[in-house]
Design a protein around this ligand. Sequence first.
Ligand code: DX5
Ligand code: ZN
Length: 211
Amino acid sequence: MKNNLKLKIAPSILSADFGKLNEEISQIAAVSDILHIDVMDGHFVPNISFGAPVMKCIKTFVPLDVHLMIDIPSKYVDDFVKAGADRIIFHAESKDKPSSVIDKIILLGAKPAIAIKPMTPVSAITEFLPMLDMVLVMTVEPGFGGQAFMPEMIEKIKKLRALGFDKDIGVDGGINAETAKICRDAGANLLVAGNYVFGAKDRVKAVESLR
Ligand code: DX5
Ligand code: ZN
């Protein structure tokens, strides 16, 4: 499905070396549209990454999307906006009421987005679409980098566009040059890529191969 939205590449720092995060980010900043920051609490997903204090140390001119894979996003939205988040992506499957998280994000001056896990249908979020700046379709079970892309998720992208959703549709998990093309053809305009970028010998070339 064609759309006129700008294609955005969002490297996920989950696969970067956290010991030299700013150096790693500076390598790909010039070719990146957004940086994707994965926050995991060990409850919502079986893995722990980092919180707002670490995110605060990121120094870059690239806008920051924060993907909250946590049980109670409403509790931490404030911290992440203060730490520099431009957009907050929370999960439809979290314990919070989506409309109240959306209101909170907007009130704090950031942009709201919802992510859906592979088992969650688009119908679970249709009522919130008019309020959202982005939908993130998970193309793996959230929790870890480097997993295989789930092609069945493509239908969700098509469904969202068919419903008239004209903001960013992102895909997250198992994105490489090949799966990126499949997602773009289906109507996605934002590609999150972790392992494919940070695991590459030439990271700039890896980002550019997604365009
Ligand atoms: C997975 C995270 C992703 C992850 C993607 O739970 O939300 O953002 O970093 O990693 P790759 O691109 O390696 O699948
Ligand atoms: Zn993510």
